[in-house]
Write a protein that binds this ligand. Structure first.
Ligand code: NAD
Ligand code: ZN
Length: 354
């Protein structure tokens, strides 16, 4: 099983693949620790978790974006303070990216920082968000506006949790991991493409993909933890993806929206002569498998351009896009939102979504 360390400016932390979640929890937890758990996981894994929940106090949360807000974290903080949670106690998050973000945000601000452990249960959290130390909550309707960098002290990954994940959340995790493999290079992308179908049914193959995804991300976050330079390329597919997520009211899960987003970035890259159409088509063959069964044809071009113009990476009125000059050559490009660019988007929405 895989086991490695991540260097962080905040504090180094470890990632360990495990197969006995109950045993690890019983061994690692100490008096005073509090578990913050996705209610769905609590219900689905009752038998496995009950011996632990009997011994340690826990707070169940409904994993919706609403939890990731001031209003959402307030009752959790209130309950921690009311029940004697102290600086030397730890928070134990069990759930997907939402449980992670809410717990990490609370851990980072409570008593100027308390230790926390993370047991990711979604593929997106296992193969991507669990490392990298970002903590985010939403503000009003705007996503991930508030937060900082505060990694857990230890991450325990058990792929058995994925048995109960919906096909859409599984595909979302695959789509999200895919962008690391394209950023890494042709060899990694080809491996991902070849193993995609098998990974959905074979845990050994999937574990290899998750481990490689984290390994690629690790290289970047250790060099640019605070997302100022090299790490920015991981926004590949995300400017377009975030616009798709918000304009479909999050009906399209993050990693699937990012898959459409990567194809849009590649489409623009072909238009600009950065890559050959054959590269785009080779990647699209894989991306189509991720998004197949979903539709985004109801998005209006006008709303899409407005959403794109709000992206965090923009500089003034210029779009900060992450584009493609080939496998392993993803880069940040500044593009005006001019008639030509809007024309390309129009062409994409008219011809490329079937
Ligand atoms: N901090 C970061 O670096 C980072 C990176 C990427 C995404 N995110 C955030 O993560 C969130 C998306 O992550 P996510 O997709 O894991 O969200 P999530 O926590 O909402 O999980 C997705 C859905 O799957 C359910 N679920 C989780 N594990 C399950 C399991 N084992 N079996 C059955 N159902 C399960 C959840 O209840 C939820 O309905 C977003 O809020 C995004 O902003 C954070
Ligand atoms: Zn993402």
């Amino acid at each position: 099983m895989y086991n490695f360390k991540i260097k962080s400016i905040v504090h180094d932390y470890g990632v360990q693949f495990i197969d006995d979640t109950q045993g690890v929890l019983l061994k690692e937890l100490k008096e005073g620790d509090v578990i913050i758990i996705d209610n769905k996981i609590k219900e689905l894994y009752k038998d496995l978790l009950q011996p632990v929940l009997d011994l340690y106090w826990h707070i169940g949360i409904d994993a919706s974006e609403k939890v990731k807000s001031y209003q959402g974290v307030m009752p959790i903080i209130e309950s921690l303070i009311d029940n004697g949670f102290r600086k030397n106690h730890r928070l134990i998050a069990i759930g997907g990216g939402i449980t992670q973000d809410a717990t990490a945000f609370i851990a980072s601000i409570m008593y100027r920082g308390v230790d926390w452990y993370f047991f990711p249960t979604s593929l997106l959290a296992q193969g991507d968000s669990c490392i990298g130390s970002k903590t985010s909550i939403n503000f009003n309707q705007y996503k991930n506006q508030l937060g900082g960098f505060y990694p857990p002290n230890q991450i325990f990954i058990n792929l058995e949790f994925l048995d109960t994940l919906s096909l859409w959340d599984l595909k979302s995790g695959m789509g999200e991991m895919c962008h690391y493999f394209i950023v890494s290079g042709e060899e990694d992308f080809t491996r991902f493409k070849n193993e995609y179908a098998q990974a959905l049914t074979d845990k050994k193959v999937l574990a290899g993909i998750i481990n490689r995804s984290l390994e690629i991300k690790k290289g970047y976050i250790e060099r640019d933890e605070f997302d100022k330079n090299e790490r920015l390329v991981f926004n590949y597919g995300h400017s377009f993806g975030h616009a798709i997520e918000s304009l479909t009211n999050y009906r399209i899960p993050h990693g699937i929206a990012v898959s459409y987003g990567m194809d849009m970035a590649n489409f623009v890259s072909v238009k600009l002569g950065y890559i050959d159409n054959s590269v785009r088509q080779n990647i699209r063959e894989l991306l189509k498998q991720v998004w197949e069964g979903t539709s985004i044809t109801d998005i209006s071009l006008d709303k899409f351009t407005v959403a794109l113009s709000k992206d965090k990476k923009n500089v003034g009125k210029t779009l900060g896009l992450i584009l493609n000059k080939g496998y392993g050559k993803i880069f940040k490009d500044l593009r005006p939102m001019d008639e030509q660019f809007v024309g390309w988007l129009n062409e994409y929405f008219t011809n490329e979504l079937n």
